[in-house]
Design a protein around this ligand. Structure first.
Ligand SMILES: Cc1cc2nc3c(=O)[nH]c(=O)nc-3n(C[C@H](O)[C@H](O)[C@H](O)COP(=O)(O)OP(=O)(O)OC[C@H]3O[C@@H](n4cnc5c(N)ncnc54)[C@H](O)[C@@H]3O)c2cc1C
Length: 602
C-alpha cells in the first residue's frame, strides 16, 4: 500500500490548467488526501527585478483567472498566494500542512535553476519529495543541451537536427476535470514585519503605499491574489488583458482562420499595422497561460487539413516556436547569456554604455554615467524622442502597450546598437526587460545579440532604414500618427521624416520640428557608416565576451587602435556636428524633401 499524498502544486510560469504535464503528474500521485495549488509572491521578483506596470497587471490578471479556473474544477479550491520568498514560504507550508510532495513545472533558465536547487535541498532535509516536470518548451532545453554535447544551440538548424533524434513534439496533456480538496489551510505562522534591504528596482513606479508583504496570506488572510494598489502602483496602460481564458480565445481565433495559419510568414507580416499582424500570443506563453504544445498541435491540425500552398520553417508558425526553444537551449547552457562579459558566445564590440564591473568582476550598480553623447542618445531612444518618427512610435508603443511587433523590435534594436547609436545591447535589453509583458530570460538577450550581430547572426551590413523600411508596409504612417500624435497632421510624404518638410508644411501641421517634436538626434547615414566600420574592426579582431583580453581591457585598447588606424573614429567631430546642424537647419527651412532625404540615405 502506498502512503497517502499531501501535495503542494507550485505554480510559477505555468498559469493554466490545460496542457500541463506537471499538473497532470501531480494529480496522478497516489491516494491524494490534500491538494494545495500555491503561488509564492517572491520579494526578489517584486523588488529585485525590473518589471513595468503592464507586466504586473498582466500577471495579476493571469493569477486571478487561474484561481477562478481552479475554483471552477472544485469550489473549495483556488490559488493560494503566500507573500514571501520560496525559501521562507515553502518550508512553512510543508510543516504546517503536512506536505509529502511538491510538484512544479521545470524551468531551465539560470535564475530559476539556482532557486529550484535551493528548494530541492530544503525539501530533502524535510523529507518532502520534489517532482519537477518539463513542459514549458517543445523539448526540455537541458535534454537538448546534453544531446548537443553540453553546448548552447546557436542555430535553428542545430536545434532541429538534435530534436529530430528525440522524436515528435508531445501531444498536449489532458485538462483535469476534477481537483481534490485542499486540506485545512490554517497557518500558525505569521510574519511580524517584512523589509527588503536591497535596491528596489521598481521604486520609481510606486505612487502609493506598498503594503504587499504586510501579511503572509494577504490583508484578509484568505491567500488572495494581490492588487496593483497593494503594491503601491497606479493602473497600467496596456490594452492587453492577461489570463488563460484570453490566451485560449486568442489562440482559437487564430486557428479559426486556416489560411492565415497555413500561410503564416513572419517576414511578410507588417510591423506598422495598428492591429497586431502576428498572433500576440507571446505574453501568454511567457506566463504559461497557454501550453506550447496546444499551439503546436493546434496549428499542425489546421495546416495538415489545408489544401493550398503552405509556408515552411523557419518563417511559418512552427519556426517561430522553434526559435523560442532554440534560445531557451542556448540560455540554459551558456553562462552569462544576458551580458557581454564572461559570455563566450557573444562577440566583443566596444559599444558605448556597456555594463561596468569592479575589480572582483561584480557589476557596478547604480551604473556610472557614460559618455554624454551616448547617454543623450540612449535617453532619447528610451523615451521615444529621437526625431525619427518610426523609432519613436515603436518605443512609445512598447512603453504604453508592453508589446511591439517582432520587426519593430528589430528596428529599434538595430538603431540603438549596430545601426546608428553604437550603444550596448545590454542597455536596450534592460529597457525591454522592464517594458515587455512577454519578457523572457532567453528570448530577450538572445534576440538582442542577434540584432546587434553579437551572436546568432552576422550580416552587420544589413541595416534597417529609418524612413525606407516602415514605408515598405505603410506609406501613410498610421502607427506614427497614433503614438506620436504631435505629428498627426503631417502629409504622408513627410510622416517618417518630418524635419525635411518645409517650415510652411510644419506650421500647417501644427508641429514645428525642433520645437514641438525633436530634430533627429543623429545623421542616419553618417552614423551607419561609422558603425559599419567599427563593427568590421571588431569582427576582424574576433574577441568574445569571455576572452582574457576582454576581461583585462586589452580588447578595448586593441579596438581603439584599429579604429584610429582604419579611420573608424569613435567620437563625432565638432566640424561634423556643425555641418549636421547647418544641414538640418537648411532642410527645416525648406530645401529638403522626403524624396531627397530617402535618396540621400541610400
Ligand atoms: C530585440 C528583441 C527582443 C525580443 N525579446 C523577446 C522576449 O523577451 N520575449 C519573447 O517572447 N520574444 C521576444 N522577442 C521575439 C519576438 O519579437 C516575439 O516573440 C514576438 O514578436 C511576439 O509576438 P507574437 O506572439 O505575435 O509572435 P508570433 O510571430 O505570432 O510567434 C509566435 C510565438 O513564437 C515565439 N517567437 C517568435 N519569434 C521569436 C523569436 N525571434 N524569438 C523567440 N521566440 C519567438 C514567441 O513565443 C511567439 O509568441 C524579441 C525579439 C527581438 C528582436
Amino acid at each position: 500500500m502506498s502512503k497517502p499524498s499531501r501535495v503542494l502544486y507550485w505554480f510559477r510560469t505555468d498559469l493554466r490548467i490545460t496542457d500541463s504535464p506537471a499538473l497532470i503528474t501531480a494529480l496522478s500521485l497516489p491516494d491524494i488526501k490534500a491538494f494545495y495549488p500555491i503561488w509564492c509572491w517572491d520579494p526578489s521578483y517584486i523588488y529585485g527585478h525590473r518589471v513595468g506596470l503592464n507586466r504586473w497587471s498582466f500577471l495579476l490578471e493571469s493569477m486571478k483567472d487561474l484561481s477562478d479556473q481552479l475554483t471552477s474544477l472544485n469550489p473549495r479550491q483556488k490559488l493560494h498566494v503566500c507573500r514571501g520568498s520560496p525559501e521562507e514560504v515553502l518550508p512553512v507550508l510543508w510543516r504546517e500542512w503536512g506536505i509529502t510532495h511538491i510538484v512544479w513545472e521545470k524551468d531551465a533558465n539560470a535564475y530559476a535553476k539556482i532557486r529550484d536547487e535551493c528548494i530541492k535541498r530544503l525539501a530533502k532535509e524535510k523529507g518532502v519529495v520534489v517532482v519537477d516536470v518539463p513542459g514549458r518548451h517543445l523539448f526540455d532545453p537541458d535534454l537538448v543541451g546534453r544531446m548537443n554535447g553540453g553546448k548552447p544551440t546557436m542555430t535553428l538548424q542545430q536545434w532541429q537536427n538534435i530534436t529530430k533524434k528525440i522524436g515528435k513534439v508531445e501531444q498536449p496533456s489532458l485538462t483535469p476535470t476534477i481537483l481534490p480538496d485542499p486540506g485545512d489551510t490554517t497557518l500558525r505562522y505569521s510574519r511580524k514585519e517584512y523589509k527588503w534591504d536591497k535596491v528596489d528596482m521598481n521604486a520609481h513606479l510606486r505612487t502609493g503605499k506598498d503594503t504587499c508583504f504586510d501579511h503572509f496570506t494577504g490583508p484578509k488572510g484568505d491567500f488572495s491574489v494581490p492588487t496593483l494598489s497593494q503594491m503601491g502602483y497606479p493602473p497600467s496602460t496596456t490594452s492587453i488583458r492577461g489570463g488563460t481564458t484570453q490566451a485560449h480565445l486568442r489562440l482559437n481565433t487564430f486557428l479559426s482562420h486556416p489560411q492565415a495559419v497555413a500561410t503564416f510568414s513572419k517576414p511578410h507580416t507588417a510591423p506598422t499595422a495598428l492591429e497586431p499582424s502576428t498572433t500576440l500570443i507571446s505574453p501568454y506563453l511567457k506566463f504559461g497561460c497557454v501550453g506550447v504544445r496546444e499551439i503546436w498541435w493546434g496549428c499542425k491540425r489546421v495546416v495538415e487539413a489545408y489544401k493550398g500552398e503552405k509556408t515552411k520553417e523557419p518563417e511559418n508558425m512552427f519556426g517561430q516556436l522553434e526559435f523560442r526553444d532554440m534560445y531557451a537551449c542556448a540560455e540554459a547552457l551558456q553562462p552569462h547569456f544576458e551580458r557581454i562579459r564572461g559570455n563566450s558566445v557573444c562577440r566583443y564590440i566596444d559599444w558605448g554604455l556597456q555594463n561596468q564591473y569592479d575589480e572582483r568582476g561584480i557589476e557596478i550598480l547604480p551604473r556610472p554615467r557614460g559618455e554624454e553623447e551616448d547617454e543623450r542618445r540612449f535617453e532619447a531612444w528610451r523615451e521615444g524622442c529621437t526625431g525619427f518618427p518610426w523609432i519613436d512610435a515603436c518605443m512609445r508603443q512598447l512603453k504604453s502597450e508592453g508589446w511591439i511587433h517582432h520587426l519593430a523590435r528589430h528596428s529599434v534594436a538595430c538603431f540603438l546598437t549596430r545601426g546608428q547609436c553604437y550603444i550596448s545591447w545590454e542597455r536596450g535589453m534592460e529597457v525591454f526587460d522592464e517594458w515587455l509583458i512577454d519578457w523572457d530570460p532567453a528570448s530577450n538577450p538572445g534576440n538582442w545579440m542577434w540584432l546587434s550581430c553579437s551572436a546568432f547572426f552576422s550580416q552587420y551590413y544589413r541595416v534597417y532604414g529609418l524612413v525606407s523600411w516602415p514605408q515598405t508596409t505603410d506609406k501613410t504612417g498610421a502607427l506614427v500618427r497614433k503614438y506620436c500624435p504631435e505629428l498627426e497632421k503631417f502629409p504622408d510624404k513627410y510622416i517618417y521624416a518630418p524635419h525635411t518638410a518645409p517650415l510652411s508644411v510644419q506650421e500647417a501641421a501644427g508641429c514645428v520640428i525642433g520645437q514641438d517634436y525633436p530634430l533627429p538626434i543623429l545623421d542616419e547615414r553618417a552614423e551607419k557608416d561609422r558603425c559599419l566600420a567599427r563593427i568590421k574592426n571588431a569582427y576582424q579582431l574576433g574577441f568574445r565576451g569571455a576572452d582574457p583580453e576582454v576581461l583585462s581591457g586589452e580588447a578595448d585598447k586593441r579596438l581603439k587602435e584599429l579604429h584610429e588606424k582604419s579611420g573608424a573614429s569613435t567620437v563625432k567631430s565638432e566640424k561634423e556636428r556643425d555641418e549636421e546642424k547647418g544641414r538640418l537647419k537648411r532642410e527645416r527651412e525648406g530645401d529638403g524633401t522626403l524624396d531627397g532625404y530617402v535618396k540621400r540615405q541610400k
